[in-house]
Write a protein that binds this ligand. Structure first.
Ligand SMILES: NC(=O)c1ccc[n+]([C@@H]2O[C@H](COP(=O)([O-])OP(=O)(O)OC[C@H]3O[C@@H](n4cnc5c(N)ncnc54)[C@H](OP(=O)(O)O)[C@@H]3O)[C@@H](O)[C@H]2O)c1
Length: 257
């Protein structure tokens, strides 16, 4: 299995769900690394599990406050992470945080549309913008040719719900129109970011975790976070420039945009 060997890794929404599971599994592989585990309320009750992990692994995990909805918080987090990185770059940025909102054309609330677009599209865009200099540093410092997650990469945790081609098959039974539209926007962000980051040899792609039992995925989901994240890390560890600008799921299968 290809392991994620990236040294400096940042994950958004790392306090619960797939973000927290990703931090846990990254700790299990033996490569030396530093994880910037970001969340919007590091001292709050929803971050207790992450604080506990950070207490056990103080030299590996640094918890950073980052509210994806707040441009000032994104800038502040980048300043803080930049000061901790020193001359070392950021190898891997995982845009994981997201919210879901339900509804059809008739029932979706304008507020929900704005909130999902803010968190799921604008936030990740600003994060890529603020962290790009650190990714560039990592790419330049790498002695290896081509692209990989161990060199410099942006992984956008997206959803098949944002695929134009697949169209959510259960849209009528369980409509999540604001979420699907935001993830379609996130997918386009991935494609355009891939264009812009190519010259710096920063890999950029979208990854669908499967339908997973989390607060967002719900109880009926068939996959446990452990299985989904194991798959995603396997995929991330094996990425090359061939997957740059692409969309895969946690098994490595290509998803059509
Ligand atoms: N679970 C699935 O079936 C599934 C399927 C397809 C795609 N995905 C994608 O997988 C990713 C992770 O989802 P999940 O299932 O782990 O969801 P989850 O359990 O609901 O966790 C969502 C995470 O995002 C964070 N978050 C939300 N808004 C934020 C903000 N403004 N600033 C910072 N953090 C924020 C949450 O933090 P708080 O605790 O502060 O709210 C939480 O850590 C998402 O991008 C989702 O779209 C999931």
């Amino acid at each position: 299995m290809a392991a994620v060997k990236a040294c400096n890794i940042l994950i958004t929404g790392a306090n619960r769900g797939l973000g927290l599971e990703t931090v846990k599994q990254l700790l299990e592989n033996s490569c030396q690394k530093h994880i910037f585990a970001t969340c919007r309320d590091p001292d709050g009750p929803k971050s207790e599990a992450l604080r506990e992990l950070a207490r056990k692994h103080p030299s590996v995990i640094t918890i950073i406050c980052l509210d994806v909805d707040d441009p000032c918080s994104i800038k502040e987090s980048a300043k803080k992470v930049g000061s901790l990185l020193g001359n070392n770059g950021l190898n891997l940025l995982v845009n994981n945080a997201a919210i879901v909102a339900r509804g059809t054309i008739h029932t979706s609330r304008v507020e929900d549309m704005k909130n999902t677009f803010n968190t799921n599209v604008i936030g990740p865009l600003l994060i890529i913008r603020e962290y790009q200099p650190y990714l560039q540093t990592a790419a330049k410092a790498s002695r290896t040719p081509g692209m990989s997650c161990n060199k410099a990469a942006v992984i956008n945790i997206s959803s098949v719900a944002g695929s134009m081609t697949r169209k959510p098959s259960n849209h009528i039974q369980s409509p999540v129109l604001p979420y699907s539209m935001s993830k379609a926007g996130f997918n386009m962000l991935t494609v355009l970011a891939a264009e812009e980051l190519k010259a710096d040899e920063i890999l950029c792609m979208a990854l669908h975790p499967g339908w997973v039992k989390t607060e967002l995925g719900g109880e009926k989901a068939p996959l446990e976070p452990k299985e989904s994240v194991e798959g995603m890390l396997r995929v991330i560890g094996s990425l090359t420039e061939k997957q740059h600008g692409g969309f895969l799921d946690y098994t490595g299968e290509t998803i059509p945009w």
